[in-house]
Structure formats: C-alpha cells, structure tokens
Ligand binder design. Sequence first.
Ligand SMILES: Cc1cc2nc3c(=O)[nH]c(=O)nc-3n(C[C@H](O)[C@H](O)[C@H](O)COP(=O)(O)OP(=O)(O)OC[C@H]3O[C@@H](n4cnc5c(N)ncnc54)[C@H](O)[C@@H]3O)c2cc1C
Length: 481
Amino acid sequence: MAKYDVIIIGAGLSGLECGAVLSAEGRRVLLMEQGEVSGGFFQPFRRRGVKIDSSVHYAGSLDKGQFLHSAFTYMGVMDKLKLVRMNSRGFDVICTDGESYDLPIGHEQFVESLSARFPHEAKGIRDYSAELHRTGGLSIQSIRSGGGFSPDGIDAISTSAYDKIASFVQDPVLRRVLAGNSIIYGGIKEVTPFYVHAISNNSYIESSYRFADGADTLTTALEQKIIDNGGEIRFSSGVKSIITSNGEVCGVLSESGEITESEWVISTIHPSLTLEMLNIDSGIKNSYRERITALRNSCGLFCLYLLMKPGSYPYRNENYHILGEKNVMVSFQPPVNESAFAEVVTLIRQMDFSEVEQWSESYTGKRDSRYSEFKEKISEEMMERAEQILPGLREAVKARYSATPLTFRDYVNTPQGTAYGIMKNYNAPLSTFIPVKTRVKNLLLAGQSINVHGVMGVTVTSLLACCEIIGPEYLSEKMMI
Ligand SMILES: Cc1cc2nc3c(=O)[nH]c(=O)nc-3n(C[C@H](O)[C@H](O)[C@H](O)COP(=O)(O)OP(=O)(O)OC[C@H]3O[C@@H](n4cnc5c(N)ncnc54)[C@H](O)[C@@H]3O)c2cc1C
C-alpha cells in the first residue's frame, strides 16, 4: 500500500486548501512545495521591519452564509482570519473622465448608487446586477454537481464580458465603470468571458474584505490545519515528474531524486508544467500536450510597494482604479494596530511578459542596471497617475520597492510571471477552461489556471478536486451549501 493517499504538488492557496480538506477527511496527505515557505502568491516580504503583502489585496463573499465563509469554516480556518470590512459605500472607486464612481457592497446598494449617477441607465444597471448575481452562483452549483458546466455555465463561459455589459447599458462611461476593475481578473475586451468577470465582481459586491495581519494569515492557518490533522508538508521539495503505470498515477519523483508513492496526485501548478512532468506512457496524447502548452497566459503585473512615513498619509479603506491606456490600481494595506495612517500602499498595473522578456535569462537580484532604470521609469509614471487622484501621496513615501512578472516567475514558478494563469477565452471556452479530471487515472488538476483565479476561483477549483476523492454530495453537505 502506498504511504500516502494523496500527494499535492504546490503549497499555494490551492494546494493548502486541498490539503486541509483531505487531511480533515482522514486522507494521508503530503504537500510538496518547491519554495522555502508556503503560500505561493500569498507570501509576504519584509522591508525595514514592515511586512508587505506581495499580491493579494482583497477577497469577497466572506460574510456569514456566503461562499468563502462556508468554505473557510469547513476548512476550519474562518475563525483564524482577522478581516477588515472595506468601505461599504465603495470598496472599489473607478476614476475616469475626471470623475470618481463608487462600487458599493451589496447588490441593492450597487444598483442604487450607480443609478443615481446614471439615472437614464437604471433598468440596465438592475438587470446587469441580477445577471452578475445569477452567474456568480454557478460555481456553487458546479460543486454540488461535482464539476462540469451546466447549460447556463456554458453560456457564461462562451459569452464576451464586454458584449454582455454592452447589452445591458449603452452609456460609454458607465460601460467603462462596470469594467473598471478589470485588472483584478486580467480582463481583455477581445477574449474575457462574462463568467470570469461575474465570478470576480459578484464576489466583491457580496462583501469585500482585506486581511488585517497580511494575506498569509489565511495560508498559514491552512498550513497549521494540515499539520494538526496529521498531514505533511515538505519545503524545498520541487516535483520533477509524476510517475504512472498503465495510465494510472503511482507517485512522484522529486528534484532530489526521491520517489514517493501515492494513490492520488493533485497538481496545483500551471498545467503546462504538470504536462512536462508526465512521460509518453502516461496516456496523455501529444496533441493535448501541445494544445495546452500553446495556450496564452493571462497578463503579468507590475507592483510598486510604497513604504509610508509614519503618520503622514491617511489610510483609505477602498481601492482606486485609475483608468487610462494602462489602468493603475491603488490599494492600501491595513495598518498594524488599526492606525488611521497608511503604512504600505501598493500601485499595480498590467505588464505583458514582452516588456521584461529581454531579462528573462537572469534571476531576481542579479539583473543589470537597465532593468532598474526600466522599473524606475514605470514606477514614476504610476506615481504621477496616483498623485492626480491621491494628492500628497508622493511626499509621504519613505521608501519604494517593485516587482515585475519576472519576480513572480522566480518566486512561485509561474510561466512568464503570469498573475492569473491560463487566459480564459470566450471564443475557445472548452479548451481554456481545463477540467479538474485528466486522462491519467487519479491525477487531478487544481489551482488558478483551472476554472477561475483569485481567492474565490481557486477555492472553487480546490473543492472540485476534493469532490473527485470524497464525493460532491458528501462535500456539499459538510459545507452546508
Ligand atoms: C500582484 C497580484 C495581486 C493579486 N491580487 C489578488 C487579490 O487582491 N485578490 C485575489 O483574490 N487574488 C489576487 N491575485 C491572484 C491570486 O494571488 C492567485 O490567483 C492565487 O494566489 C493562486 O493560487 P494557486 O495556489 O493557484 O497558485 P500559486 O500561488 O502559484 O501556488 C502554486 C505553488 O506551487 C509551487 N510550485 C511550482 N512549481 C512546483 C514544483 N515543480 N514542485 C513543487 N511546487 C511547485 C509554487 O512555489 C507555489 O507555491 C493576485 C495575484 C497577483 C500576482
């Protein structure tokens, strides 16, 4: 008998969620993580003694009775999270055409607030909100039924987000406002499905929260749960290949050459990397391998982290999305001890891999001076844009640090530094929404490239993978959904 029931590749959010669920359900679980710590994108870093969140800035659907609250309660970590509820009048503020538009928490408030600004579009706004809510609920249905898309789901993944918004409202400014936070889902007019837009936005409209002591409080709590449940996590343990026999999984081979056997393997890393780990006899056809490897990745992100002078700039409990040729998002990290002043502010903008490709052969900390100059130029442009909406911000900055897609690639092994994994495309929905189940028996996929990214999307994929092992009816009943 294999030593483990399940080996999970990667200890980012998805791997930890799968590990927490399956270890609690009595499975012998081993997580193998290439990095030195858990969390993947949730890892913070420290500068001048201050903890800085590298990626995740907010999460939705965390009120009692909402999806992530139920999921984290089932995983046994909800009570470990210290959350800051964001500004109810506007968790996201969209800045365009010299005006600011609030996106409030709660569908009713959302409709009221936007209808007051665009009274001629009141009916369209109400219908849009209802559709967002309905589509947002489809992921819960998919867990109840154990995966696969319902006819409504197929419709939502095959419809353009841009066209769907345009079908509800005509005003060009309102259309821009409704797509104004597209940076959080890597939205692109020509490809993004309405499903991706709806899963993200519905979740934040339901309720929006920041993590008071850092986003890693979630991943650390999950890690602790796994250990408490008797599961194991090995760090600096990259997986090199997945071992199969007669089309069935039998274990993995680590980078250091150690073979570990298991009945199941769940890979939570990028699917193209998973496919590289499978040999020709695994049953995976070359045509499938080539198709997945050729899929386009979603954008990378450039992050500028501002360490603020103490007591010099007020903390803002909402995000700002400054629209332009490249949108800039500004997010404030909750200050320790609930201070009224900002400690860390992060500016984010989309960055295609092509912008940094000339440095792709080098590693973080070892790049040339032109790379530093490039980062400085982008940082300055972003500061200027932010200063227009938040005057005095620059004056209050003590120090600044930045990360490009190459930084994320180097730390979490994400191809081309993609922030959200494989790009979903409404023109090719069935090839860009990759199923959890593979042709290799007992090999499952989870993580942000499957279904949707982000705390919401990743949690759905993790639960779908667990459903394959413990059953959807059982899991839905335990989660009370
Ligand atoms: C700048 C930025 C801001 C973001 N902001 C938000 C936000 O505000 N809200 C939100 O919901 N989402 C946000 N996201 C998205 C969110 O962070 C991700 O969707 C999510 O964290 C992905 O989790 P994952 O487990 O799928 O992948 P990952 O976090 O990438 O985890 C995969 C893990 O696998 C490990 N690994 C890789 N290769 C191997 C191997 N061969 N062997 C063993 N281990 C391996 C990696 O080291 C990593 O730990 C943001 C992302 C970025 C980049």
